[in-house]
Write a protein that binds this ligand. Structure first.
Ligand SMILES: Nc1ncnc2c1ncn2[C@@H]1O[C@H](COP(=O)(O)OP(=O)(O)OP(=O)(O)O)[C@@H](O)[C@H]1O
Ligand SMILES: [Mg+2]
Length: 141
């Protein structure tokens, strides 16, 4: 039987900075397994670090799901980071470089969007979910 591509290969509860390290390592491992080069592995792992860091900073805890979303033509790694915290009041503003309510750089979300191939964010009180992915052609040299 074929495994559904929506199945998560790893689900990591995000509560402490140690969990960020685990999420980062598992992301890198799956990306390597799927044939992504070292620069892309680092991009995806860095994106996951930023998103999970936001979870701890703004929502206390949440979850990170890492999955193989490959199809016939492309290898694809997909990561969903979500929490049930207060939500982002103005997502468009939060996506701007330099906007931070935490007195930080405000580079996490916009930087993450630039690092990956696909970036989706939804946020309302009680749910913030960011879905990112990277794809690489299976026959790529
Ligand atoms: N999971 C979240 N829940 C609630 N608010 C969030 C969440 N993630 C981000 N935000 C809001 O969006 C803003 C921008 O996030 P972003 O990661 O870009 O910057 P930052 O965390 O403030 O700074 P940096 O990531 O550069 O240290 C945050 O300051 C915060 O107000
Ligand atoms: Mg951040």
């Amino acid at each position: 039987m074929m495994t559904s591509s929506s199945d998560a290969d790893a689900i990591i509860a995000i509560c402490t900075t140690a969990d960020i390290v685990v999420a980062r390592r598992l992301t890198r491992q799956l990306a390597a397994c799927l044939g992504f080069g070292s620069a892309d592995q680092t991009r995806m792992a860095t994106a996951v670090s930023e998103l999970t860091r936001n979870v701890i900073e703004y929502a206390n805890h949440g979850e990170c799901r890492i999955s193989d979303a490959s199809d016939g033509a492309f290898n694809c790694i997909k990561v969903v980071v979500e929490d049930h915290g207060p939500g982002i009041t103005n997502v468009a503003q939060a996506m701007q470089d330099g906007y931070s309510t935490g007195g930080s750089l405000g580079a996490g979300l916009p930087g993450t969007r630039r690092l990956v191939h696909s970036f989706m964010i939804e946020s309302r009180p009680g749910l913030t979910r960011v879905t990112i992915s990277m794809s690489t052609r299976k026959d790529a040299p």
